[in-house]
Structure formats: C-alpha cells, structure tokens
Design a protein. Structure first.
Length: 294
C-alpha cells in the first residue's frame, strides 16, 4: 500500500480524536476491535462517530445495524449508539484518477463532519490495498493494528529471517505508516500514535513466545507501542449478532443471564478496558474510572 501525497483540508476548530483500526490483511479482527473500542468510549459517556471504509465486507456496519435492531426491540434498552456512516467505493464511470478524487472527497467530508460533532471518530478499514483506506489512515491520531498471533501476520509489520528469527526490514505497511506520519506532521503539526495488538491470543507455545519477543523487540525501531490484545473467545462472535459487547450485557436483562459474568467473561471485559486505557489520550485518562462500572 503506497501512501500518495494526501494534503487534507485544514482541521476544524473543534476536532475529535480520530482512531483508525487498520492493516492490509483480512481476518485479523479489525471490525471486532473497532466495535469494542467504540462501545468502550460510548460507555465512558463520549460522543462517538463511527466510519466503515470496507465497502465489500461492511462487517462494522453490520454490527452497528444489529446493535440498532437490539436497541429498537426492547423498551428502555440501555445501548448508547454512535453516529455511523458506511462509505462506498466510487464505482461510477470515469478514469482511475477521478475515482480517487471522489473517494478522497467522500472520506474527508465524512470524517470532517463527524469530527466536528463528536469527541472521537472510530474508523474501520478494509483488509486490502485500497485508496480509501490510505486516506482514512492519513487522518489517524491513533492507529490500532491488530494482528493474529502468527508469523503470517507479523509479516505485515516486518520481514523476518527464517533461520535466525531476526527482523530484516520493515514491511510496506510499516513504511506507509511512516510516510503518512511525516505527511501528517507537515500538514497540521500532529502525529500518528501507532499501536500494534496481538489478537486472538491462544495457548502459550514456543511459536507464541517467538512472536511475543519479536513484537516487543520491534516496538522501538518501528515506532509503535504494543497494546493489550484479545484472546480467542467464542463470546465475541456470539454477541456480534446483537451488536453487543460484554460492556453492554449487564445493562440488558435479556443477555445478563445468557452471558453470565463467569471468569472468561470477566477476563474478556478486562481485555476491552485494558485496550481503551492504553489508547486513550492522556488528557482523557481521568475518565477511565467510569469504565470500571460498565
């Protein structure tokens, strides 16, 4: 994914903090992370805008539709909602350059409008090299890159020598993040705070230990911070059909009994809290005590 020069309009006077969940690989749990971050912020009382740039899969949009149906189906349901927008790719006739201009205009317009009316904007990106994804990345104040706990996904961040298990060079995606960070600093003096999270964590093994060591070693040279990941849990997939997270369950009697707060559920909720705590801007950290009651 190459980062072209993305000189965006000057930011509005009142500007939301933009969180982008992205990488170039599908199946890493980006939409699950985006949903849980958005709900975590909503449960803290923030106004949140959400954007789905994956015009093909639209998993984030499906989750938000499920959430709306759940809220609409029960009187008095306590489900805070985001202001959600799904952006389609430019499929109309025209050359590639004009389509890119249209897609850039769509993404920039939506982000600017949501950023003016909300405290946070959470953006889910497609798992492929698409121009709208690059534009979305260029707006990130915080970038979260989930990766499955494997060498296949680690290849997204850096190339690893098979014999020595030593990093050889940064990946194309990492170079894109660096390029966009430089452009962002020139454009408005802000930077991209990049987090990488090992997602769908499973049982410990030598393979997992190698991944953990490499991710830790790569933080400083590549310029990211390792964020707490989510374990492989069935409950995340079950709650998707309702657009819910475990931060919502205790507020809805229909689900509180079904998804009892056993040890696994308590741990899952803590995973979400840990991630939100890590990525919150420092000026907002004082509000984290509210999340403990969610």
């Amino acid at each position: 994914m190459a980062a072209s020069n993305l000189a965006a309009p000057a930011p509005a006077a009142k500007r939301a903090h933009v969180i982008v969940v992205g990488n170039e690989k599908g199946g890493s749990g980006k939409s699950t992370v985006a949903l849980h971050v958005a709900v975590g912020l909503l449960r803290l009382g923030y106004r949140v805008g959400t954007v789905d740039l994956d015009s093909h899969q639209a998993t984030f949009t499906s989750a938000m539709k499920n959430r709306w149906r759940t809220m609409s189906g029960v009187e008095g349901a306590d489900l805070p909602m985001s202001e959600h927008v799904h952006i389609d790719r430019a499929d109309e006739l025209g050359d590639a350059l004009s389509k890119r201009d249209t897609e850039r205009w769509r993404v920039e317009t939506v982000i600017d409008e949501l950023a003016a009316n909300n405290d946070f904007v959470v953006i889910d990106t497609p798992g492929s090299d698409r121009f709208m994804s690059v534009v979305g990345h260029s707006y990130a104040d915080t970038l979260i890159t989930p990766m499955n706990d494997s060498f296949i996904d680690l290849d997204l961040i850096a190339k690893i020598d098979a014999d020595t298990l030593k990093p050889l060079r940064p990946s194309i995606y990492t170079e894109m993040v660096w390029d966009l960070t430089r452009q962002r600093q020139k454009r408005d003096g802000r930077t991209i705070n990049w987090f990488v999270m090992r997602n769908r964590l499973g049982a410990d093994s030598l393979h997992k230990q190698d991944i953990a060591r490499l991710v830790g070693d790569l933080q400083r040279p590549l310029g990211f911070t390792e964020a707490p990941g989510f374990a492989e849990r069935e409950v995340y997939r079950q709650l998707f059909l309702y657009g819910l997270t475990l931060l919502d369950v205790r507020h809805d009697s229909r689900f509180a009994e079904r998804y009892k707060l056993d040890l696994a559920s308590i741990n899952a909720r803590q995973e979400v809290r840990n991630l939100v705590r890590m990525i919150l801007p420092q000026k907002e950290v004082s509000t984290l005590a509210l999340l403990q009651t969610a």
